[in-house]
Ligand binder design. Structure first.
Ligand code: UD1
Ligand code: UDP
Length: 385
């Protein structure tokens, strides 16, 4: 049966891409319209494998290209080169990429070079500033130029694409597939269908501040200021800081150097997705520079302080549940202290809302892709596996 279906090739490589594509892969596999094939670049190795394991997804192709402290150029070149034989072997009808990483851009570019149409999931996010976040903003802009189908999570993202001249007929507002994942795991944790964290949270009445940080533009001074701010917050006797540290060496070493050795600061290995969502549920609030966490936290009613100057996800900032605090040490401490000491402000920021999706994004994308296949049957000659 599968042998008669056209091939849809997913190309992804990092933790967030995997979290946001696994729900879509499961949806498309359940529809049996496509022969779904998966190529992981493994731009991330351990952090990618954690997600594949959680969603029980086995790749068909694994490029295994991660190197310690890899450079953007080296990574891009290795991905493009390694995709050549995969595209020749898989002969996909369409390639699906997600987000704004080096894998996203290289996957879209490889599709373009091979004249294979590209669908971009989470399209249209923009800060308008190529330096923030770097290099992700430019990766998104370039991927939009290369892609044929654009799945925008919000109306705002769709408007950004339209303003860049992308025809409306190629843009679909679907919600973010990351919200499909987080709501599914939240519900399963709440119902007891899956077990929560393997880590024993201190049960001492202190409030849990969950931290993550990994943006390239903050490496160096910005990161030092972030860590100093956290060290000052840790002086309070009523907080417990839990920080699963990204494996990037520009983060891992400095985080341990600047924050290690404090009883109420827990520097952990990156958590698998289910324990991390469990941690989000238990958090009092988050301090992060992550893109995905800015989307997930409002769905769980958790306030977020974002250690960035600009965000491509303005919806929750406008709604007042996410606040941009940059990397200024005093500002981070001030805003976190306000959340800890001002209960009215805290309550205001805990409103549960879903600006980024309702848990149905994968279904909507699946419908668009199925419809597209129906209208393009004549283009399929030679591409059916
Ligand atoms: C990448 C993405 C970023 C995304 C982030 C998600 C680019 C340019 N950046 O940034 O958009 O927000 O992933 O986390 O695509 N490492 C490991 N093991 C792992 C993962 C990473 O050891 O499982 C280390 C390696 O030394 C690697 C380094 O981290 O060279 C950097 O990884 P890379 O993917 O280049 O950059 P990230 O900062 O992770
Ligand atoms: N996440 C995780 N374990 C962790 C930290 C984060 O599973 O220890 C998840 C988080 O829930 C979100 C995604 O990873 O879905 C965000 O990835 P990251 O912050 O690395 O990248 P970004 O979203 O900034 O591109």
């Amino acid at each position: 049966m599968l042998g008669e279906h056209p091939v849809l090739l997913f190309v992804f490589g990092t933790r967030p891409e995997a979290i946001k594509l696994c729900p879509l892969i499961r949806e498309l596999r359940s529809r049996q319209t496509w022969a779904v094939r998966i190529c992981v670049t493994a731009q991330h190795r351990a952090m990618l494998d954690q997600v594949l394991e959680a969603f029980q997804i086995t790749p068909d192709y694994d490029l295994d290209i991660m190197r310690p402290n890899q450079t953007l150029s080296g990574l891009t070149a290795r991905i493009l080169e390694a995709l050549e034989p995969v595209l020749a072997h898989a002969a996909p009808y369409m390639i699906v990429v997600q987000g704004d990483t080096t894998t996203t851009l290289a996957g879209a570019l490889a599709g373009f070079y091979h004249r294979i149409p590209v669908a971009h999931v989470e399209a249209g996010l923009r800060t308008g500033d190529p330096a923030h976040p770097f290099p992700e903003e430019m990766n998104r802009v370039l991927t939009s130029r290369l892609a044929e189908l654009h799945f925008a999570p919000t109306g705002g993202a769709a408007a950004n694409l339209a303003a860049e001249g992308i025809p409306n007929g190629r843009i679909y507002v679907t919600g973010n597939t990351g919200i499909d994942a987080v709501l599914f795991v939240r519900d399963a944790l709440e119902s007891g269908a899956i077990a929560g964290s393997h880590w024993l949270y201190p049960n001492n009445g202190r409030r849990l501040i969950v931290v993550t940080s990994h943006r390239r533009e903050n490496f160096g001074d910005g990161f030092v200021r972030e860590m100093r701010a956290l060290a000052r917050l840790a002086e309070r006797p009523d907080v417990e800081i839990v920080y699963p540290v990204h494996r990037n060496p520009n983060v891992l070493g400095p985080a341990h150097e600047l924050l290690g050795g404090r009883a109420n600061v827990h520097l952990l290995e990156p958590l698998a997705y289910v324990p991390f969502v469990d941690l989000l549920r238990r958090a009092y609030f988050l301090i992060t520079d992550s893109g995905g966490i800015q989307e997930e936290a409002p769905s769980l009613g958790k306030p977020v302080l974002v250690m960035r100057e600009k965000t491509e996800r303005p919806e929750a900032v406008e709604a007042g549940t996410v606040k941009l605090v940059g990397t200024d040490e005093d500002r981070i401490v001030r805003e976190a202290t306000c959340l800890l000491d001002d209960s009215a402000e805290y309550t205001r920021m805990t409103r549960v809302h879903n600006p980024y999706g309702d848990g149905q994004a994968s279904r909507r994308i699946g419908e668009v892709l199925a419809g597209r296949l129906k209208t393009n049957k004549e283009n399929l000659a030679g591409r059916v596996k």
